[in-house]
Design a protein around this ligand. Structure first.
Ligand SMILES: CCCCCCCCCCC/C=C/C(=O)SCCNC(=O)CCNC(=O)[C@H](O)C(C)(C)COP(=O)(O)OP(=O)(O)OC[C@H]1O[C@@H](n2cnc3c(N)ncnc32)[C@H](O)[C@@H]1OP(=O)(O)O
Ligand code: NDP
Length: 264
């Protein structure tokens, strides 16, 4: 994600898993690969105050590391609080999967996808709530996917993302009185280099004709939705899933073929 909204989030602090964000506030970005994180920090530095935190969201030990000052706290949360002094937003963006028929998914592969997308989101959110949001309130955004009609060829991620959508509703209700809002964003098909490299065929070219708008989404279009849900403009929205897919999740091949074709 990389959208800059000058002014809107000034003085606020966000913790974003899975890569970059420049939403115009102070941000910690957390993922496994420190080299990639440092590169993202360099790119995003002109947009705001950014720091990198190495963290595998699948490992409770990574998420909950011991700190003498803060007692049992998340490394990512602790370092964000130490650096910026507060925490207002958590964006659970880290995730991924691989294409495979269900019968070909090994238990190890299944666990990798479930632990990344479901358990990682649970661990991060639980920790942020325990360490800060319970007392101070905050906003959580869970990035899910278009799994509303199942996710054939990627059933592991479909199951994990549907579970995260359900967690979104549970947390929204459990924590509302603590001033916490929890919403999800479900992107359609959005160009990203890692998605391109993760398929043996040109998934983006093939997908384009199946989207009513005849084009892919952009990271900025996803980020706009995230920024809206984080903002005070969404203060009465809780437990919702916002689809950012240009209607892609509503379209079926059984319907009339979509005419025309627009450039990407
Ligand atoms: C034909 C497909 C049609 C579907 C069409 C749909 C349209 C597509 C829409 C696109 C939507 C895009 C959504 C996105 O999320 S894009 C960007 C997300 N980024 C990624 O997905 C990054 C790449 N993925 C991963 O990093 C991994 O998949 C994973 C999340 C599992 C990370 O796990 P880990 O780091 O632990 O990875 P390992 O390499 O150690 O793998 C562990 C075991 O997982 C199995 N595995 C992993 N990759 C594959 C693969 N490509 N094929 C089969 N199995 C795989 C395997 O069992 C691994 O264990 P082994 O290495 O011991 O075998
Ligand atoms: N692009 C698309 O069409 C769609 C994407 N999405 C979802 O949106 C999110 C962003 O996707 P996109 O930017 O395209 O993909 P990327 O692969 O670029 O981003 C995924 C990020 O997640 C991080 N990550 C993966 N596993 C872990 C882990 N165990 N711990 C911490 N971080 C982890 C990766 O960093 P690192 O490897 O360094 O840990 C990477 O930065 C993902 O959850 C993706 O599944 C959903 C629908 C469609």
């Amino acid at each position: 994600m990389s959208v800059f909204r000058p002014g809107l989030f000034t003085g606020r602090v966000a913790l974003v898993t899975g890569g970059g964000s420049g939403i115009g506030c102070q941000v910690s970005i957390a993922s496994r690969n420190l080299e990639r994180l440092d590169k993202a920090v360099e790119e995003l530095r002109p947009r705001g105050d950014i720091q990198a935190v190495q963290c595998n969201i699948r490992n409770e030990e990574d998420v909950r590391s011991y700190d003498w000052l803060f007692m049992w706290t998340s490394a990512a949360v602790t370092s964000t609080l130490k650096t910026f002094g507060r925490l207002d937003y958590l964006v659970n963006n880290g995730g991924g999967q691989f294409p495979a028929l269900s019968e070909d998914i090994t238990l190890k592969g299944w666990k990798a996808v479930i632990e990344t997308n479901l358990t990682g989101t649970f661990l991060m959110t639980r920790e942020v709530y325990r360490q800060h949001f319970e007392e101070h309130g905050g906003v959580v955004i869970n990035i899910v996917a278009d799994m509303f009609r199942g996710f054939p060829m990627m059933s592991h991620t479909g199951a994990a993302r549907a579970a995260v959508e359900n967690l979104t509703k549970s947390w929204a209700t459990e924590w509302a009185e603590n001033g916490v809002r929890v919403n999800a964003v479900a992107p359609g098909i959005v160009f990203s280099p890692s998605a391109r490299d993760n398929y043996s065929f040109d998934v983006f070219s093939e997908a384009r004709s199946e989207i009513p708008a005849k084009r892919l989404g952009t990271p900025e279009e996803v980020s706009s939705a995230v920024c809206f849900l984080l903002s005070p403009g969404a203060s009465f929205i809780n437990g919702a899933t916002l689809r950012v897919d240009a209607g892609g999740s509503l379209y079926s091949k059984l319907m009339k073929v979509i005419p025309g074709s627009k450039p990407p």
